[in-house]
Ligand binder design. Sequence first.
Ligand code: ADP
Ligand code: MG
Length: 504
Amino acid sequence: MSKAENILTIRNLTKRFYGSLALDHVDFSLEKGEIHALIGENGAGKSTFIKILAGVYACDGGEITLDGQVVDPRTDSLSIAFVHQDPAFAEELSVGENIAFGMGYPRRRGLIDWSAVKAQAVKIYEAMEIAPLDPDRLVSTLTAPEKAILAIVRTLALAPKVLVLDEPTAALPEADSVQLFKAMRRLRSLGTSMIYVSHRLNELFGLADRVTVFRNGRHIVTEPMAGATGDGLIEHMLGRPPVKLSGADPRAETRGSAVLEVRDLTIGGRGPVSFEAQAGEILGLVGLRGGGQEAIGRAIFGALPITSGVIILNGKPLPQKRSIGDSIEFGIRLLAGDRSAESAFAGMNLVENIFVNPRIRGGSMWRWTSPAREREEARQIIDRFDVRPRREASLIDWLSGGNQQKTCLARWLNDQGDLVILEEPTSGVDIGAKLAIHKILRGYAAGGRTMLVISTDLEEVAALCDRAIIVSRGRQISELAGPELTLDQLVSHSSQGGRHAVSI
Ligand code: ADP
Ligand code: MG
């Protein structure tokens, strides 16, 4: 068998930031026509690696060879295209215009030829075997998966030899990513080589040809995806075997009485939904983004008005009209999904973030606690949740996403609420922190806390929840529990009810 030819070869790539090594003599090769996954915990050096390829950073040492030529991305114009996590578009321009941006506008007698702009957009989608979007649609009206596909489609205009995708699915529900993967496979069949950075291990099986793991700025391993296992990859990423979330199967246990009962709940004309959650149960409400599961959580918390129905907590119906403050008094907590906008308080330190609401410790808004006692309690909590750095006086802004999320979780789990509603509890955190957060949640559930996990991350729901209700357009379409609650089942149930904005 002849050895596969490399389109890109990197040797000894080294990058220092203020004396610390972000990349430590990294070797990497990309074969022609392969999808090569690049994974590693936060801080492993993936983004630095990509930014060097993009010419954003100069390296401190090493050699990059593209298609047989030693190149310098800082000065050479290379046939490498990038799709970043949050691709920027001209939102108020059309799909056709956004594609034309990359290619140059077709002109006729000096004027922009608008019908050619549209035809060109349609042609590119068709070349990818994707049903074209209306080229006149404004990008601001596209759904997240439509935008993700457009981000790839428009790079095709540049006919790159190498395409680098940095977590393009981070904002996509799993079922919607499927469309993107079809587009990537099509690109591969057209000969494009791809580097694909992802946090979701499961999506790499069946997609990537090879996988490379970075850890602490070092290249740890490159192996064929076909021979890799999830646990093996996690072990390479962490540098130790993954901690199993729980020994015995907690799903087999009998549970206590219902803490939460939702009867015929409708919200803004959507619904009705009815379900119960037992003491110590982790119940998932899952669906595609915009499926209505978030509204259900928010309505239970009193942050969204209810049209009809009853919410019963510990046997007592809650008043229909409730403020968030009332809900907290009743024992309900909510961790908002959008950490930077709603849950982490920027500019405040960890103590302030943990004790942001005096009511959560059963006191009145005016109860005075000595700052020294608060600091001491915060220190214990930081220890228990393993927040790093272990400095209660750090501003939350300085922490990584995973540590910020642990701090926000600590705020709500540390007090005595009976029901905790968690929106996307590990979105944007690395795999190590994700496992740690799951373990913490399991521990609190074992202690009797009831949790409602509102999530679009099906992998997480399969790993974390005892039971899951699949929601689509505000209605429950199915329920999975016990041995049926697997990723495959979740994917197939949630895509049945889901509306696919992009079809291939
Ligand atoms: P990843 O993308 O795998 O999460 P990064 O490449 O972002 O990792 O980070 C690798 C290391 O380099 C981390 O320790 C990070 O703190 C550090 N680092 C990254 N960018 C900078 C920068 N601009 N200045 C200083 N340190 C940085
Ligand atoms: Mg990164």
